[in-house]
Design a protein around this ligand. Structure first.
Ligand code: 5RP
Length: 219
């Protein structure tokens, strides 16, 4: 089975977690794009979506799905999004697509985070995938020094500006043994907008695409 087939399969499976007529959170990335395509084919459409990126908003609107501002909703039943890595407790690294800040906001609005991924994303310890950190431009050198001091190798993502006008540092070489602690630590540094560790907003469910079918892991 190809990577694209795995993504299409798990994107389709995620629609089972969506109540027709509800307002849901929709993430960002190639796996989520498959989810949006499946959503568009649902006979009873969702009422609207809160999206984590301009890219997903565009795709949703192209299918006639209304997109609400996050400020218009108090909570969401479910948020469906991909991940770059996910561990056995549902903690994730996210932000490979650079949408981590809005992803964390929408995840925080949701009562359930349904992570959709293929089995290559399931890891014992987070950190092989470079950890994205969104920073305010004037603080990028300061934050990079701090990241080096904890053993990371931050690499600026060249030519990339987030939907919020921030920059991304991709941090290599971190073995993240305690995701909640590292998330809390980096989040409080001045100039950090968002760190791509999702421990506080970890997945409640992971739908994992395998050649044998979709495996459901509940955390
Ligand atoms: C975007 C993300 C994505 O969820 C993550 O990068 C996974 O993307 P894909 O489904 O394309 O592998 O965090 O910021």
């Amino acid at each position: 089975m190809t990577q694209d087939e795995l993504k299409a399969m798990v994107g389709e499976a995620a629609t089972a977690w969506v109540q027709p007529g509800s307002v849901i959170g929709v993430g960002t990335g190639s796996t989520v794009n498959c989810f949006i395509e499946s959503l568009a084919r649902m006979p009873e459409r969702i009422a609207a979506a809160v999206s984590s990126s301009e890219q997903s908003s565009l795709r949703l609107r192209r299918h006639g799905i209304a997109v609400l501002d996050a400020n218009e909703v108090e909570s969401l039943a479910v948020y469906v999004d991909g991940a770059d890595e996910i561990d056995g407790l549902g903690c994730m690294i996210k932000g490979g697509g650079g949408a981590l800040t809005r992803e964390k906001i929408v995840a925080d609005l949701a009562r359930q985070f349904v992570c959709i991924a293929d089995e290559s994303k399931l890891v014992a310890t987070l950190g092989r995938f470079a950890l994205p950190v969104e920073v305010i431009p004037m603080a990028s050198a300061l934050v990079a020094r701090r990241l080096r001091a904890i053993g990371g190798r931050p690499v600026p993502r060249h030519g990339f500006v987030t939907d919020n006008g921030g920059l991304i540092l991709d941090v290599h070489g971190l073995e993240i043994g305690d995701p909640p602690a590292l998330e809390a630590e980096i989040s409080q540094w001045p100039g950090v907008v968002t760190v791509g560790i999702f421990a506080r907003n970890r997945a409640s469910v992971c739908l994992l695409a395998t050649p044998q079918g979709v495996r459901t892991i509940k955390f």
